[in-house]
Design a protein around this ligand. Structure first.
Ligand SMILES: Cc1cc2nc3c(=O)[nH]c(=O)nc-3n(C[C@H](O)[C@H](O)[C@H](O)COP(=O)(O)OP(=O)(O)OC[C@H]3O[C@@H](n4cnc5c(N)ncnc54)[C@H](O)[C@@H]3O)c2cc1C
Length: 482
């Protein structure tokens, strides 16, 4: 059986970032398992028209690999994918990736002190398992009766059907989240009719995206320090955004900005009423766009606020009983987030799966380690997501923390490292205290930040620099190292 010291799951920002660090630390005995045939994670899978990041590119990129050539301040998906491919090639990561290898299960073998893995290409084992499987990598379809009977075209936005021509079609879009607000304006001009099914209106704010000027790119190429300074400026500016999640008065400023945009762009009071959020801004992800409202006012677009009740062979039926004939249904219904799918296939020391241990409420220590699961680490694990800043900053923090753990193991000749349950519990009590009173739990919405037991399982609830400080050194005192 193939054995590796380290197996990483996933080849998105997390997996690639971890691999670069291992290579820099002189580690060669590792592989990345990637279930797809290409690397890139989110940015490989989400190819829908209009897909781009909503965090500025100078910051939504690795600190060790700045890219002076971004075409715009918030880059489109193809450029981010190309960037990730370039980083993986440049740092020698690609030869460590095992494509078309899905991790199907992992069991901790206590006697051998290693993980026994089943992959779609056969068994393996590893001393240490690092999961960078992605926070938004499993598309979620709603459980609507009749979906399987639909005779038209149907797909999720994360699996865009590029073979299918939407020109002149009647299209239903289910969902009005971060993906829909990007692709609906992009496809509206070509379709004959579009029905946008909205369960909850998103809070929308103006998008500051603009093309990068040639002179800026030339400057960043010649003076990398200038780009680093820009990155730092963006980082600190975005850090201040977290204050509005914690303070209603500050939130009011952004709320007014959102309402002003709605008033200016949507003169029709009926439509405006439908598009006005009834929960506090920030409770769900705030979406930057200038095109959403103008698109919804086009004559070929209908905003439907009744929920989808049923799908028939050639139509959709909403809860008010209205039937609309459609050729294509696009689900922009998000991802499995708090029900982290990989947790169902990881079995720890007592034989239970992580999903059973979590019982609907994922918790970890520093988003990376879980008691009862030795030699297992997560990247972008529980409570590391952000509503205000770049996840790449969190990933790099965790990468350095896990690299510290691996160094500690090697330095002490240890076979296992496992977080102590008391350290994990204390850490999570602190997170709960930091979450209390924030808009995520008081804002009056249902969001993917909150798990089925009502707990914030997703977000890091404060500034990101304290997370960086906490993950700078591997704190072996919180672990049993044996
Ligand atoms: C459309 C979209 C736009 C986004 N925009 C932003 C943004 O602007 N700013 C921001 O901060 N975040 C954004 N995000 C969140 C985004 O997921 C993260 O920013 C980041 O890309 C996560 O990187 P990752 O490597 O952790 O996960 P991913 O990029 O999801 O990569 C995970 C990889 O693991 C693989 N994998 C999963 N399970 C298995 C398995 N069992 N076996 C083998 N391989 C497996 C997947 O195939 C995938 O390649 C966006 C997400 C989406 C979906």
């Amino acid at each position: 059986m193939i054995h590796r010291r380290i197996v990483i799951v996933g080849s998105g920002f997390s997996g690639i970032g971890m691999a670069v660090r291992l290579l820099r630390d002189g580690e060669r005995d590792f592989v990345l398992l990637e279930r797809a045939s290409e690397l890139g994670g989110t940015w490989r899978d989400n190819t829908y028209p209009g897909c781009r990041c909503d965090v500025p590119s100078h910051l939504y990129s690795f600190s060790f690999a700045p890219n002076p050539n971004w075409s715009s301040t918030f880059s489109p998906q193809p450029e981010i994918l190309e960037y990730l491919r370039g980083v993986a090639r440049r740092f020698g990561v690609v030869e460590h990736v095992r494509f078309d290898h899905e991790l199907e299960s992992a069991e901790w073998d206590e006697s051998e002190a290693r993980w026994r893995l089943e992959t779609s290409r056969g068994p393996m084992s590893a001393d240490v398992l690092i999961c960078g499987q992605g926070p938004l990598s499993e598309p979620k379809l709603p459980d609507v009766p009749g979906i399987e009977s639909f005779e038209g075209t149907l797909f999720h936005s994360a699996k865009w059907d590029h073979e299918h021509d939407l020109a002149g079609e009647r299209v239903a879009v289910v969902g009005t989240g971060a993906s829909a607000i990007q692709f609906v304006p992009a496809i509206q001009p070509e379709v004959a009719q579009m029905h946008v099914l909205q369960r909850t209106p998103p809070w929308v704010v103006p998008h500051p995206n603009r093309a990068m000027k040639p002179i800026e790119r030339a400057l960043y190429r010649r003076l990398p320090l200038a780009q680093l300074a820009m990155r730092a400026g963006i980082y600190w500016a975005r850090e201040t955004f977290v204050l509005q999640f914690r303070n209603r008065k500050l939130r009011n400023l952004a709320t007014r900005m959102g309402l002003r945009q709605l008033e200016q762009q949507v003169p029709d009071p009926g439509l405006r009423e439908k598009l006005t959020p009834r929960y506090e801004m920030g409770c769900k992800r705030i979406l930057p766009t200038d095109e959403w409202y103008p698109t919804l006012m086009k004559p070929n677009v209908e905003v439907v606020t009744d929920a989808l009740r049923e799908v028939r062979r050639r139509s959709i039926v909403t809860t008010d009983g209205t039937e609309r004939e459609v050729d294509t249904i696009i689900f922009a219904t998000g991802f499995h987030v708090t029900d982290i799918p990989i947790a169902a296939v990881l079995r720890g020391r007592d034989g239970r799966s992580l999903a059973e241990v979590w019982d609907g409420s994922p918790i970890a220590y520093k988003g990376a380690a879980v008691a009862g699961f030795p030699n297992l680490f997560f990247l972008v694990g529980p409570n590391t997501g952000l509503g205000h800043n770049s996840i790449v900053f969190m990933i790099e923090s965790q990468v350095s923390y896990i690299a510290g753990a691996l160094r500690a193991m090697r330095g002490r000749g240890a076979r296992t490292v496992e977080v102590r349950p008391d350290a994990q519990a204390a850490y999570n009590r602190e997170l709960e205290a930091l979450t209390a009173g924030t808009v995520w739990v008081t804002g009056g919405c249902a969001s993917y930040y909150i798990d089925r037991n009502g707990r914030n399982a997703t977000l890091w609830p404060t500034f990101t620099w304290p997370f960086r400080r906490r993950t700078r050194e591997f704190d072996s005192g919180a672990y049993a190292v044996a």
